[in-house]
Design a protein around this ligand. Structure first.
Ligand code: 13P
Ligand code: SF4
Length: 349
């Protein structure tokens, strides 16, 4: 079995040999051992844009999770191939909205509330969901542009079905002035609308999905840290629950979190509510700040963490050998309408 040094050496050599023909976009949650080889690091929005704009690379090795690689495939040209170093690197939130459930849910909601519900989906969703949304006139959204896209959706004066992350949907709509009483939750398992108000008042239906990593941050963590450090800044990802986001000082995408620390005054204290690889990197990078995880038991995204040195080296070796392994290819029809929903998002922001 190869040592880490040998694997690193191999990856470096392949990168050098392939030059611009190989491109490795890498999400901020990736482990350092993978991140060191990134051609570019970013949040989902940046990575979607960068993949769309890269016309040089024949081979795009995506260090992230499955939906991100699918998005890259949808947005790149036909002669560019996208790979995911481990096909098991999925996203548990994206898996919470299956296309059959979405079609059925939409039908039931239409039967109850009338035609014209506008579906909007977080990019953390399958290509099939993005395609469904695109075909119905809706848009994708990321945590980096959620406000602008949901504002656009509200201006369409239609009811919105927001998939699959109830928390991002609720947090953003609330910020834009939609009262909680005008939001409902669609439970796809029990096929039930959780809502006690008058149907006439309903503006946003939130799909009952969540991120298993961000749900591990609780309001009690904020109380504890503020007790210990009264001047701490609490900065969380908007996939955290409504209660956590309301209690925090700031919330935003991974890029927003990084930008906040870049500009922070020396000595300031930060408790971060997001995935642990990013929190550790922030701690190591901004040594003039006091950075810690909001949850003292650091929260990993287990699927992101599946991408490691052995998988990356193996994937690159296969490309060099001309072996078509671990390719992410969205079928033509699904790609057509999912591109519509992604491009709608990119045209709004
Ligand atoms: P960002 O788009 O903010 O990087 O978030 C992606 C993600 O999966 C967060 O859990
Ligand atoms: Fe999915 Fe949560 Fe992991 Fe992000 S952190 S990729 S939403 S499981």
């Amino acid at each position: 079995q190869a040592t880490n040094e040998e694997l690193e050496e191999r990856i470096r050599a392949i990168k050098e040999e392939m030059g611009d023909r190989l491109f490795m976009p890498t999400h901020h949650y990736q482990k350092d051992e993978v991140a060191q080889f990134a051609d570019i690091m970013g949040d989902s929005l940046q990575l979607a844009r960068i993949s769309r704009d890269n016309k040089k690379a024949e081979h795009i090795v995506f260090n992230g999770v499955h939906f991100m690689a699918e998005t890259a495939d949808i947005l790149t040209d036909d002669d560019q191939t996208v790979y995911l170093p481990d096909l098991n690197a999925g996203c548990s939130m994206a898996d919470m909205a299956d296309i059959d459930q979405a079609v059925l849910g939409y039908e039931r909601l239409t039967a109850r509330l009338g035609e014209g519900i506008l579906p909007v989906t977080y990019v953390n969703s399958t290509a099939a969901i993005k395609s469904f949304v695109g075909e119905k006139g809706g848009s994708c959204v990321t945590s980096g542009n959620a406000k602008k896209v949901i504002q656009w959706a509200l201006e369409q004066e239609r009811r919105i079905l927001f998939l699959p992350d109830q928390h991002l949907g609720r947090n953003t709509a609330y910020d834009l002035g939609v009262p909680l009483e005008h939001m409902a939750v669609w439970d796809p398992i029990h096929k039930k609308l959780e809502y006690e108000g008058d149907d006439e008042d309903l503006r946003i239906i939130l799909w009952k999905g969540h991120c298993s990593v961000h749900e591990k941050f609780f309001p009690a963590h904020i109380d504890q840290i503020r007790k210990k450090k009264p001047d701490v800044n609490v900065l969380v990802h908007p996939e955290c629950t409504f209660e956590v986001v309301q209690k925090a000082d700031y919330s935003g995408s991974t890029k927003y979190i990084i930008d906040m620390l870049k500009d922070a005054p020396a000595g300031s204290k930060w408790a971060i509510g997001t995935e642990m690889n990013l929190v550790s990197r922030l701690k190591d990078t901004y040594t003039h700040l006091e950075v810690e995880s909001l949850n003292p038991i650091m929260c990993p995204c287990l699927t992101m963490n599946r991408i490691d040195l052995p998988h990356l080296a193996w994937c690159l070796d296969k490309i060099v050998q001309g072996d078509r392994a671990n390719i992410i290819k969205v079928d033509e029809r699904t790609a057509h309408y999912s591109k519509v929903s992604l491009e709608r998002m990119l045209s709004i922001v």
